[in-house]
Design a binder for this molecule. Structure first.
Ligand SMILES: [Zn+2]
Length: 408
């Protein structure tokens, strides 16, 4: 059956211009035609988009499905069934906010991907890193100090592999690539939401980083690294890492080095705001609340530093559990720091490359996957107002299926 969205004003994401009234024909999971007048489609489902803007589905380049609550003590002992249902709910929520593709940067999502493919639940397309690679006492070592019992070189949980030494890193990277990971994520600095690593600590040696990047080079993909401060970013990019997650403490010197090497950065600003405002209330441990202080402001400042040096920016959120409802607020935070066209370029150009889905998503054109959002708000003029999905989203189409329809 055909679906035709008529009278829509399209956002051309290559030129970042609006294109007047168009009819978009969807068959199966693809856009098959974009015409000036609605074609005859007897029996087709018609959606009248008059007065509305049609955009490709949003793309979030940094999410986590396995962290279904910020109460890490509860998460550690949660029954597998409750965790799985929680993951499905997070996934469905993202789709309802218009995010039709998300890049999962840490966690085993293969079960969820299978469940969505088989129609057990509805959710965004997931581009997984699989479990993140961390050293012992690193950002992915989530075992509290007193509970540390394993002395082997590689132990795993749903979120990460704790792998020490180049051989163990190689094994962990190969294990994830075999499981279906599209890229690999490593941790070269401390983080906010982990128990035993100081925020400014440096993690992994050049040899360990190189072990991961060699594996991804061999598979024609890339390694991304969680890193905040300049020396952690340098450790990553000088050893073959092609993307930096967060980068809040970036300075001019390392930003120029990133631009020269063509390294992309994915800022994730809303998560620090959310942890500060609701973290303690929903059970985020005090140690993590303390680590989070000031990180949001530093992240806001990092945008200008990165852009001045010419670093290409993605668009991500990194929200944990309960806070994932804040996902759309990243639009306002970024739109207050940058022109709307730049933010939209991060979403529809840079994020597409990070997901390795060029020619599949990010444009409204024949042959592309039918991932679409209809909004009454002009994205070039009022992108900040996309922070409220109830107001900003009238309709969401995911892989050709109408997921949200408030037009009726
Ligand atoms: Zn993250």
């Amino acid at each position: 059956m055909l679906t035709i969205i008529e009278n829509a004003t399209l956002l051309d994401t290559e030129t970042m211009r609006l294109v007047g009234e168009r009819a978009v024909t969807i068959e199966g999971d693809r856009i098959v035609a974009v015409d000036e007048a609605a074609p005859k489609g007897d029996g087709a489902r018609l959606i009248d988009a008059r007065g509305r803007f049609l955009l490709p589905g949003f793309i979030d380049a940094h999410v986590h499905h396995v962290i279904t609550t910020m109460d890490f003590r509860r998460l550690a002992t949660m029954h597998a069934a409750e965790r799985a249902i929680g993951m499905a709910k997070l996934s469905e929520g993202m789709m309802q906010r218009g995010f039709t593709t998300v890049r999962d940067t840490g966690g085993d999502t293969q079960g969820l991907i299978g469940a969505i493919e088989r129609g057990l639940c509805r959710g965004a397309r997931i581009v997984p890193s699989g479990r993140a690679l961390s050293q012992t006492a690193g950002h992915g070592d989530i075992i509290p100090r007193e509970g540390l019992v394993c002395a082997c070189q590689l132990h795993s949980n749903d979120f990460s592999h704790v792998a020490d030494g180049a051989d163990a890193v190689r094994l962990a990277a190969r294990t994830e690539l075999r499981a279906g990971s599209v890229f690999i994520k490593i941790m070269t600095s401390g983080g906010v939401a982990s128990p035993t690593d100081p925020f400014d600590s440096l993690q992994y040696t050049p040899e360990e980083v190189k072990a991961a990047t060699t594996e991804t080079d061999h598979r024609n993909t890339y390694t991304t690294s969680h890193a905040y401060q300049p020396d952690a970013i340098r450790l990553a990019i000088e050893n073959g890492v092609r993307c930096i997650e967060h980068g809040n403490l970036i300075d001019d010197a390392v930003a120029s080095e990133m631009a020269e090497l063509g390294v992309t950065m994915v800022p994730t600003l809303v998560t620090y705001k959310a942890m500060a405002e609701i973290g303690a209330k929903v059970g985020l441990p005090q140690v993590n609340v303390d680590k989070n202080s000031g990180v949001f402001e530093q992240g806001r400042a990092s945008i200008e530093i990165a852009k001045r040096a010419g670093v290409e920016l993605g668009f991500g959120t990194d929200l944990l559990g309960e806070a994932q409802a804040w996902q759309s607020q990243e639009f306002r935070i970024r739109a207050e720091l940058e022109p709307a066209e730049d933010v939209l370029r991060s979403i529809y150009q840079t994020n597409v490359k990070l997901c390795r889905l060029e020619g599949e998503i990010g444009r409204v054109a024949p042959g592309m996957v039918a991932d679409l959002v209809l909004s009454p708000i002009n994205p070039l003029e009022k992108l900040a107002d996309y922070d409220d999905p109830q107001r900003a989203i009238d309709c969401v189409v995911g892989r050709g299926e109408v997921m949200v329809d408030r037009i009726g």
